[in-house]
Ligand binder design. Sequence first.
Ligand code: GLU
Length: 294
Amino acid sequence: MTAGQGYRGRFAPSPTGPLHFGSLVSALASFLDARAHRGTWLVRIEDVDGPRTVAGAADDILETLRRFGMHSDEKPVWQSEREDAYQRAFNQLLSAGFVFPCGCTRREIADSLAHAHLRHATLAYPGTCRDGLHGKPPRAWRMRVPDGDAAIFTFEDRWQGTQTQDLATEVGDFVLKRADGEWAYQLAVVVDDADCGITHVVRGADLLDSTARQIYLQRCLDVPTPVYLHVPVVENDHGEKLSKQTGATALDTAKPLAALTQAARHLSLEPLSAGSLEAFFLDATTQWARRFGP
Ligand code: GLU
């Protein structure tokens, strides 16, 4: 990718609460990467998960980003307005034979895994409804993953290096449409990144584990695979990923430079002697470009 030639990146917060330090790090990394490539930076509100969405959080996040000097280059996209696009992609996968209904409850899946005594059986869906519902009513809709060598996905992460995941043994057939009727993150993110023409995904390393699923969906939907970069996650004092649930507090919007400088340090950028937001972004972009620029 040459500088400026069609680079499109995005920051995709879930509006489950105000922006916290962990999400600021992802926002800053994706913003700097877009600036370093003279590209376009978009914000997408991932409010597809209705039950987890907190009223007012999305506007709060957008306002905080503005105060921190990060403006979406185009009108922010809201997942809740894109149900039709998810349905179309789902229908495409369904008619191609990739999707099947699943009647298992979480409990049943956990029980069958416990009984399987398989080494990798701790995580992967055991395939119970792959070949029929066994008289159970349909609950969720799952994406059939390949078997054998075709299940092994390898990709190059710009920060983390080569990544490999076996979708069959480590993940199993994964949910596209949940039992509560909500679209799953994996489907929504792939459809949105494709429709928005995203070329580069920069986000937290907690999503490394989802990337093979997303690359598989991109192939099945015949859309391009973006380039990936996953930044180290921010952890709390107990080594847990910082989130609202693990004690993250809202950022102090009165002191954007202090928080941005701390976020830059987490990204291994040298502490910046910045007197203004403009000076901070100029310096941080130059440093980022030296490491990850075109
Ligand atoms: N909405 C996801 C999150 O807040 C990020 C998804 C993504 O960047 O692909 O963790």
